[in-house]
Design a protein around this ligand. Sequence first.
Ligand SMILES: [Zn+2]
Ligand SMILES: [Zn+2]
Length: 333
Amino acid sequence: MDVEETKASHLSVVLDLSPAHWELSARDQPHNTHPLSLASFLSQLLAFLNAHIACRDENTLAVFGAFPKKSVMLYSSTEPPTNWVSSDTTGNAYPPFNAVDSTVVQRISAELERLESPEGEEVPPSALVGALTKALCYVNRISLPPNPNSKAQANGFHPGVLPDPRILILSVSPDLSTSYIPIMNSIFSAQKLKATIDVCQVYGHNSVFLQQAAHLTGGSYILLERRDALLQYLMMSFLPPPSIRKTLSVPTQDQVDFRAACFCHKKIVDIGFVCSVCLSIYCTPLPVCTTCRTKFPMKTLTRLKAAQPLLLGVAGGVMTNGGNKGTTTNGGR
Ligand SMILES: [Zn+2]
Ligand SMILES: [Zn+2]
C-alpha cells in the first residue's frame, strides 16, 4: 500500500439519539430478535471511535448528536474540551481515548436529562438533518486554507491537508418525508466538499433518503441485521477510509431506492410529476407550479391525468409548458 492511501483522515459521526426509538430498539420483541440498548450501542461506538484515533496520530474526529428538535456537537478533536471529568477509575486509560469516551457519554446523558417528556404528547422527531448540516459545516471549516487567527489551527491542526473527509450517520429513526429537500441539499454540499457519507441504519427499516445519500457520495449503506455484531460491522465497513476501501470488499448496496418525496405533501411517491422549469416534484399534475409559478397548458394536464394509471411501473411524467423540454423523474426503481 503506498503512502497516498494511508494519509490522515477525518471522521464526523452523526448519532441519532431519539429516546423513543432507542427504547424500541432495546425491547425484546418478536420482530426484534437482537435487542440493542443505547448503553450497549455507545460502548461499541466508543471502541470504534478509539480505533479511528488509534489508526493514525493525525486522524481527527468530531461527534454530533441529533436529539428531538435539537442537534449539538458532542466532541471535536480539533477543539478538545478542557473541563471533562475522567470516567477512568483505574488510571490506566490512554488519555485521548478517555477524553472522547468521557466527553461523549457525559454530554449525551446531560442532553437526555434535559429533555422534557410531556405525557401523552408525541415526541418530536430527532434533528438528524440539523446534525448532518453541522457536520458538513465542520468539514467545510477544517478544509479551509490556513488562517493564523483560527482557534482550531492554533491547536496544532493544519487544515487544507485533509483528504477524504467522511461523515458516518448512525440512524435509528424512520425517514421523515419533510426532510427530503434538506437531505438532498446536504448531499449536494457533501459532493461539493468531496465528503463521503456512510450510513448505518441501526434500527428499523431501510431509509430511502439515507440510502441515496450514501449512494450519491460514494459511501456505504448498511441496514444492521445482526445487531449483536454492531462493532464488527463498524470496524469492518466504516473504519477504513474510502481510499482504502477500493482494495477491500466492503458491503455495497445491490439496490438503491431512488424514490423522492413530493414537494406538495412531503410524501414519498412512486410516480412523480416534475416541473419542466424548476424540477420541483409533485404527486399529481398541477396547473401552476407552486415553486416557480409556471403555468401549464390544460392539454398537458389532461394528457398526464389520463396517463396516470398507465404510468405505474414506468418512469414518471413531465409537466411541459409548451416549447420547454422536460425531464422525467426516476419514479421506478
Ligand atoms: Zn404531493
Ligand atoms: Zn416550477
